[in-house]
Design a protein around this ligand. Sequence first.
Ligand code: BES
Ligand code: MN
Ligand code: ZN
Length: 513
Amino acid sequence: MIKASELKLNAIAKDARKHQCDAIVIGVGQGADGPVLLDNPLPPKAAKALADSLDALGVTGAVDEVRRMPGLPELNADVLVLAGAGKTTVSDDSKDAKYDDEALRRAAGSAVRQLAGVESVLLALPASSLAQAAAVAEGAVMGAYSYGHYRHVSAASQRDTVRNVTVFTPLADDPELAAALNRATVIGRSVNSTRNLVNQPPSDLYPDTFAAAAKEMSRNLPIKITVIDEKKLEKDGYGGILGVGKGSSRPPRLVKVEYAPSKAKAKLAFVGKGVTFDSGGLSLKPGSGMMTMKLDMAGAAAALQSVLAIAELGLPVKATAWLCLAENMPSGTAQRPSDVITTYGGRTVEVLNTDAEGRLVMADGIVAASEEAPDVILDVATLTGAQMVALGSRVSGVMGDEGVRAAVKEAADRAGEAFWPMPFPEELRATLDSNVADLKNIGDKHGGMLTAGIFLQEFVGDTDSGKIPWAHLDIAGPAFNEGPPYGYTPKEATGVAVRTLVAYAEDVVGRTS
Ligand code: BES
Ligand code: MN
Ligand code: ZN
């Protein structure tokens, strides 16, 4: 198993100028009349001189701009770094300056990411509130990520990530800051571990090794893991997961990850799509469409890591992740278009396109999760290419019950992840009617993200008081960054949804306490 490398994080409240480190980072925003230095601990004269020369230096304050300058004589650091924070951050009167948490998270993440090769960094970005200090810390942990597990030669472009980050904040001695920094570390580390799982090539990460990694990653936490192997899946009738896994020489698994503290105030279930490689099956994808399909277990990775983070933070919430693990391959034993499978619980599905496999494994997982009558089910999946057509590659879709959908959006906004609510138009349900079975696995050719969600809705269980509250998170685009890195987001796996799921759990506790 690949471990997320550890970043050392601490905080100081004063003497930033005396602080011995390799680089001091201060922020530059894009003001109405050009670049503006954000609040910083430089000596006023030096700050003024620097502010006056920003234009001449070509510094704009744009997002992801990172400029290194020689350290000033008044500083105990070799390098002074100017990190762009973008537009949203400054008002003209610096006393009333409002700094957006996510802008700070991105500026910190971008600076730390681009300072790879430097060992110790002081982040002297605005951090006068707990939320701001935590955002700076969280950005730093996520920015200090790299995936070098399969690389032999340490090329010049693969410098070591920053090891030591100190956050400059007046709250350094506030007892609440320790908890905030701990939260930032836990969340950042969980995001990074999610990235590691998703980045791992499918030659090494398949259902059985994913299950083993889940065990290994939860070893020191109060977590119970139950692995349902192919024999038990067969015995209990998990026809969705089995059908998808049938074409592969590597058998499927359903993994249940439980955190059940004694004083739980709520009971959450996360169901994650864990297709360790999606070739499309017999409805084979073209080569270009297959290239990124190791990403197709990103939902399961996020569900797993969210439960681990909730446990590590000791939230009084019962949280269970259901990892629906299968490899979707074409072969003589693969399921065929027009096969009918019986999903867990008895409903039949006509499989007309074996590339619409995510909803089949998720159907089993949602039914299994429903049996325990949780207060809410959130499912997370790289479910449809249509998600990217609708929302692009950086905004996830959230669908389902109106209240849960709104709560997920709220949690995501606070966490700094982009989610957007999408509808379930009534007329689309009928497009999933099959001539031979209870349902078919593809619907209308338009609105593919929505029909996939409507398909999943059919499997959400009932309790005495009606349907279990549920939302579906389609993270197909945002799970994987095919472009260059930006902010705290690296190339390839992004670790999306962990922050939203943990924030959701925190909100539930806040609401019910
Ligand atoms: N794993 C894909 C969805 C996907 C596509 C995720 C691109 C990330 C990037 C999913 O299993 C799939 O193949 N969906 C099909 C559904 C269709 C056959 C109804 C799709 O979106 O094309
Ligand atoms: Mn597919
Ligand atoms: Zn898929």
